[in-house]
Design a protein around this ligand. Structure first.
Ligand SMILES: [Zn+2]
Ligand SMILES: [Zn+2]
Ligand SMILES: [Zn+2]
Length: 301
């Protein structure tokens, strides 16, 4: 996963920070320098900027949907392999499904809009009068379709794979859905490797590496989730973010002395060294909140 480190903040929209990773500028230079059918490199640059904008609106789709279902919106980082929306939707399959599906939905909405534009250019015989604009619009139309199809491949953690995971969550539960989607993703990665070799594509090779790393940690996370699910819960507390009751046991580690303790038994104080922790991490969703905010009765979701 790329981080905000090495990224430049571009702007803020709807309270969401948009960053561009430095490597994106390398990709930009490479993509613009490729020989294309345009009469000048300025058109190449316009096409790459259009790609950038489509990826950006896709990421905004994820972020705004995540906010809608009560999740935290964060930053968008654009890097050469695409965009990363740091979304943390509530740990419910429906909320996850909508947060993920809203990204490709942006490309689905763009499709008829761009198609209308294309048919207008055909009517105006733009190919003869202004072939650069004609090619640019056609290529943007194609870029949108390629992004949509690629993102919808059912390979975790691509959007299609995450949609598959959310759908499997309904019948199989949180841990097993992740397990199945990760295994499916690893099988898909074999196909991606073959495609990368056949196409001799470095970009596909990097995407495959990204898929394999994420599926591997997905498998480990699924096992941890399965173990976590077996532990009895402390019913009088619930995470302010995901509404899950915390597990009972010495499952938190003190950041100062390294000792293990049950933070809900000691009200956030390490019994070994006496350190008071201002925030307690939820083992289910990973967000940290002050322990006072946890003391609400659990809500059924
Ligand atoms: Zn996406
Ligand atoms: Zn939580
Ligand atoms: Zn301690």
């Amino acid at each position: 996963m790329p981080t905000r480190g090495g990224s430049i903040k571009l702007f803020q929209l709807f309270g969401i920070n948009v960053y561009v990773h430095w490597a994106w500028f390398l990709a930009f230079a490479y993509l613009v320098s490729r020989p294309r059918e345009y009469s000048s490199y300025g058109w190449n640059a316009l096409e790459v900027l259009a790609l950038f904008l489509i990826v950006l609106t896709h990421e905004f789709g994820h972020q705004l949907a995540c906010r809608q279902v009560g999740g935290k919106t964060n930053d968008i980082v654009l890097w050469p392999l695409g965009g990363v929306a740091y979304v943390s939707p509530p740990q419910r399959p429906g909320a996850q499904l909508w947060s993920i599906a809203a990204g490709p939905l942006v490309n689905v909405i763009l499709l008829p809009l761009l198609s209308v534009l294309i048919s207008v250019t055909s009517h105006l015989h733009l190919y003869d009068s202004d072939s650069d604009t004609y090619h640019l619009l056609h290529n943007i139309w194609l870029i949108n379709i390629v992004l949509l199809v690629f993102n919808m491949l059912p390979i975790y953690p691509l959007d299609g794979g995450q949609i598959l995971r959310s759908l499997l969550w309904f019948p199989f539960g949180r841990a097993n859905s992740l397990l199945i989607a990760s295994i499916f993703g690893l099988v898909g990665a074999v196909g991606l490797v073959a495609l990368a070799i056949w196409q001799q594509s470095l970009w596909l090779g990097l995407i495959t590496a990204f898929v394999v790393t994420n599926c591997w940690s997905g498998l480990k996370q699924a096992r941890a989730l399965a173990n976590l699910a077996k532990i009895p819960r402390r019913q009088n507390f619930s995470c302010p973010s995901c509404k899950t009751s915390p597990p009972i046991g010495e499952l938190w580690r003190c950041g100062k002395c390294g000792g293990k303790f049950d933070t809900f038994q000691t009200q956030g104080v390490c019994p070994h060294c006496g350190t008071q922790f201002s925030a307690t991490q939820c083992l289910d969703c990973g967000t940290s909140s002050p322990i006072s905010e946890w003391s609400s009765p659990p809500i059924d979701v």
